[in-house]
Write a protein that binds this ligand. Structure first.
Ligand code: HEC
Length: 141
C-alpha cells in the first residue's frame, strides 16, 4: 500500500513537471516568434534606406553636375541588387504592390543598360526610377 501511494505521488509530480516544462517551452517559443515579427519590420526600412542612399547619391551627382560614369553604374547596380530583397522585406503583399516592385526593377535595369555617361543622360535615366518610388509611396506608404 505504502509503495503504491508513493508511486502515485511520483506520477503527480511528473505531470506537474511536464506542465511547467510545457509553459517554459511555450514562453520561449513566443519570444522567438515575436523577435521574428520585429525583425521583419526594420528589414523593410533597411531596404528602403539602402535604396534611398543609392538613388540619393545619383541625384546629388546630377545636382552637383559631377557625373562619373563608373560611379553612376555602381550606384545603379547596387540599387538594382537591393531591390531583390523587396519581396522578402514585404511578405504577403498584394499584386498591385508586386507590380510596383516589378516596375521599379524594369526602370532601374533600363537605367543601368543606358550606361549614362554625363549628367544629362543620368538625369534622364533616374527620372523614371524616382517616379516609381513616388507612385508606390503615394499608394502604400
Ligand atoms: C513597391 C512599393 C515601393 C517602392 C517601389 C518604393 N518604396 Fe520606399 N517605401 C514603401 C513603403 C510601403 C514604405 C513604408 C514602410 C516601411 O518603411 O517599412 C516605404 C518607405 C520608404 C522610406 C522610409 C524608410 C524608413 O526607414 O522609414 C524611404 C527612405 C524610401 N521608402 C525610399 C524609397 C526609394 C528611394 C525608392 C525608389 C528607388 C522607393 N522607396 C521605392 C514602398 C515602396
Amino acid at each position: 500500500m505504502a509503495f503504491r501511494c508513493i508511486h502515485r505521488e511520483f506520477h503527480g509530480m511528473r505531470s506537474a513537471l511536464l506542465i511547467v516544462l510545457g509553459l517554459v517551452i511555450g514562453i520561449v517559443g513566443t519570444v522567438f516568434a515575436m523577435n521574428a515579427l520585429h525583425d521583419r519590420e526594420p528589414f523593410s526600412h533597411t531596404v528602403m534606406t539602402s535604396m534611398s542612399h543609392h538613388a540619393g547619391a545619383l541625384s546629388a551627382a546630377v545636382k552637383a553636375q559631377k557625373c562619373d560614369a563608373v560611379q553612376s553604374r555602381q550606384h545603379l547596380s547596387r540599387l538594382l541588387e537591393t531591390q531583390a530583397d523587396l519581396s522578402e522585406a514585404f511578405p504577403g503583399v498584394d499584386q498591385p504592390f508586386q507590380d510596383e516592385i516589378t516596375k521599379l526593377h524594369d526602370k532601374t535595369q533600363a537605367a543601368l543598360q543606358a550606361a549614362p555617361a554625363d549628367c544629362a543622360a543620368l538625369a534622364a535615366a533616374i527620372k523614371p526610377i524616382g517616379e516609381t518610388c513616388q507612385s508606390c509611396h503615394q499608394q502604400y506608404r
